[in-house]
Design a protein around this ligand. Structure first.
Ligand SMILES: Nc1nc2c(ncn2[C@@H]2O[C@H](COP(=O)(O)OP(=O)(O)OP(=O)(O)O)[C@@H](O)[C@H]2O)c(=O)[nH]1
Ligand SMILES: [Zn+2]
Length: 332
């Protein structure tokens, strides 16, 4: 399979198939003698290890579960129906409830693999140091927009003197309509506002190495040790992580799903042609160019160039869009 991403129609089809499976599984279950199994109850997959998954029951207890063979592959964040196995311990997952969102990434063979589900918001973490380039921010935003999951920007390390200039640098994103919030893990009460933003939601933190994602997660989840790195110049491009995603509860409310494979989310492969769709302020102009294969660089009747001329989109964003397409073409 190519590295194609699911388009809307495919996503809709996958959801439909999933719902039909769920209905069939429920019907079958009604006819089965459950023996030593308890009543069906709802639960949440909080981590998975190959064929075994940890399911959190409504009372907060965690049960190591196997799954019925008729189920599709499950992922951290899934809501499931499961039964306790009273004879053998643990439990059996019998059905998957509809997912509201999924993060998937291509594996080394280009096949899409689910990474986590039911995520309410993607938080793109940036910091004054390492200094973000707007091109990199765009890349994360394009990837986030493609998931359909709401995304906003978090400026960490506001304790650094460079913070003000960085906020200025990213003000362009606020103009486009992205929410920008800030915090510091190094000052007292620096995370109070962030905690408010997390309440009642299932969030993932993404962003480049060294911006403080581990520090954030550690501060939000005291007692859960996640390694904090010193700034590294190593690019993580191409690295494959096997660590499973885990769902954590924040004491003040809200959930975080975290894994190294989620944090480097923005550098997952994106189709070059899909890039302009990730520039949300371009939406009114896309598809309006005179030529279908317009490169948006010099063609007469280019709707994006006209929008630029009229001051409706920024030159920087258009330049970054084109250069991101170029980079992704070179990578594929
Ligand atoms: N000044 C300042 N430094 C911070 C803050 N938060 C984290 N750091 C430092 O930034 C560095 C990188 O932090 P990490 O939490 O490892 O960053 P990360 O984003 O998880 O990095 P990766 O694990 O490589 O993806 C460490 O030296 C932290 O101590 C902050 O609010 N202010
Ligand atoms: Zn054009």
């Amino acid at each position: 399979m190519s590295k194609r991403k699911l388009n809307r129609r495919q996503t809709w089809r996958a959801e439909k198939i999933q719902q039909e499976r769920l209905d069939r599984a429920k019907k079958r279950e009604d006819k089965v003698d459950h023996g030593s199994l308890g009543d069906a109850q709802s639960g949440r997959v909080i981590s998975h290890f190959g064929v075994q998954l940890d399911v959190e029951a409504a009372d907060g207890e965690i049960h190591r579960c196997r799954m019925r063979q008729n189920l599709p592959s499950l992922v951290t964040g899934d809501n499931v129906l499961w039964r306790a196995d009273e004879d053998h311990g643990g439990g059996i997952i019998e059905a998957l409830e509809e997912r509201i969102s999924v993060l998937s990434r291509p594996d080394r063979h280009g096949q899409l693999k689910l990474v986590a589900s039911n995520i309410d918001q993607i938080i793109l973490v940036i910091a004054p140091l390492p200094t973000p380039s707007n091109l990199l921010i765009d890349r994360y935003l394009v990837a986030a927009e493609a998931t359909g999951i709401p995304v906003w920007i978090l400026m960490n390390k506001t304790d650094l003197p460079e913070a003000e200039a960085s906020m200025e640098q990213i003000s362009i994103y606020q103009k486009i309509g992205y929410e920008v919030h800030s915090c510091s893990t190094h000052v007292e009460n620096g995370l109070d506002h962030l905690k408010q933003m997390l309440i009642g939601k299932n969030s993932v933190f993404v962003g480049q190495s060294g911006v403080g994602k581990s520090s954030l997660v550690n501060s939000l989840l005291p007692g859960v040790e996640i390694r904090v790195n010193t700034i590294s110049t190593n690019s993580k491009l191409g690295q494959h992580t096997t660590t499973t995603a885990r769902l954590y509860h924040i004491e003040e409310g809200g959930e975080i799903i975290d894994s190294p494979g989620i944090r480097d989310f923005g550098i997952w492969h994106i189709e070059p042609e899909a890039v302009p769709d990730g520039y949300k302020e371009f939406a009114p102009f896309l598809g309006a160019c005179r030529f279908r294969n317009c490169s948006h660089q010099h063609e007469p009747g280019c709707a994006l160039l006209a929008a630029l001329e009229a001051g409706e989109i920024s030159a920087e964003r258009l330049k970054n869009c084109l250069s991101l397409m170029e980079t992704l073409r070179a990578e594929s």
